[in-house]
Design a binder for this molecule. Sequence first.
Ligand code: AQP
Length: 328
Amino acid sequence: MIKTIFSGVQPSGNLHVGNYFGAIKQWVEMQNDYQCLFCVVDYHAITVKQDPEVLRRKIIETAKIYLASGIDPERSIIFQQSDVKEHTELAWILNCVSARMADLKKMTQFKDKAGEGQDNVSVGLFAYPVLMAADILLYNTDVVPVGDDQVQHVELCRDLGKRFNNLYGEVFKIPEVKIKKESARIMGLDDPQKKMSKSATSEWNYLGLTDEIEKAKKKIMKAVTDSGSEIIYDKANKPALANLLTIYSLASDRSIKDLEKEFIGKGYGDFKKGLAETMATFLISFQEKYSKIKDNDVKEILYSGAEKARIIAQNKIEEVRKKIGVLS
Ligand code: AQP
């Protein structure tokens, strides 16, 4: 039987090469072998403050990025999370019957995002991994392709699904996580100790898929580097260069060894110029596809995607409602 994958991106900022190489590129490759659902997880985005006008635009932009990357709406279901109400319904049920405060307190992403002010962030930010578990469990998902930062959340999803099944009998399929080792964690251009993040306070942190080409080049030229001048991959001692080499390798489809060879005897300046040009070529080609996609076409794709997703989600929620004892 054909297996199902589910994954999503929050429309919470400018999607970057970390989102692309860490997650979306894998999705494109998996379309041939799986039944795929790719969601624009807008209810995740509102766990932190959003400007409604900007959010509306980002939802369209995120779906456009899926399409420009090669997600094919004829083969894959692309939809907006808030269009399928069963996500929030299941999240509430899981909040009550499966999730425990202790589970959520362990989530490192919550600790990172809330920082010192844990008492003043939204309850939604704390509970968001439960909504993510609901997103996944609703669709009998077999595999969840994500970047490294989401692995802990998928593990929690597995635990919540198993706990529900133990209490009420087999209802949920327990999914596996899938990460692409070489691109699982792209680090910030301004700080190689922190992951590249679309909601970073500084735009010099990320390389956006829709960044103007000259700006993208500037970001690369300004990216922090390490001491020394040799171009070698050494994650422990040269983390910034290791990150840039990873991005270079992913954008050019060349091995890191091959790149190291090319830059023997050359310094960071030449290396960055090479990366800036490679990235420009990658972004020009991506943005050409992106700019041809019309907002209205995206809206139609999201609408019909939600109709298809809803059929699967409604079946699962009916099963859940029966099990927990509410009248249908
Ligand atoms: N730096 C990264 N390297 C590799 N993969 C990454 N992903 C995110 N950042 C990196 C993967 O992209 C997918 C979508 O991410 P998300 O929208 O769920 O947001 P996130 O994981 O919280 O990361 P972001 O993009 O930095 O968003 P903000 O700043 O809004 O929190 C996921 O599969 C993620 O692993």
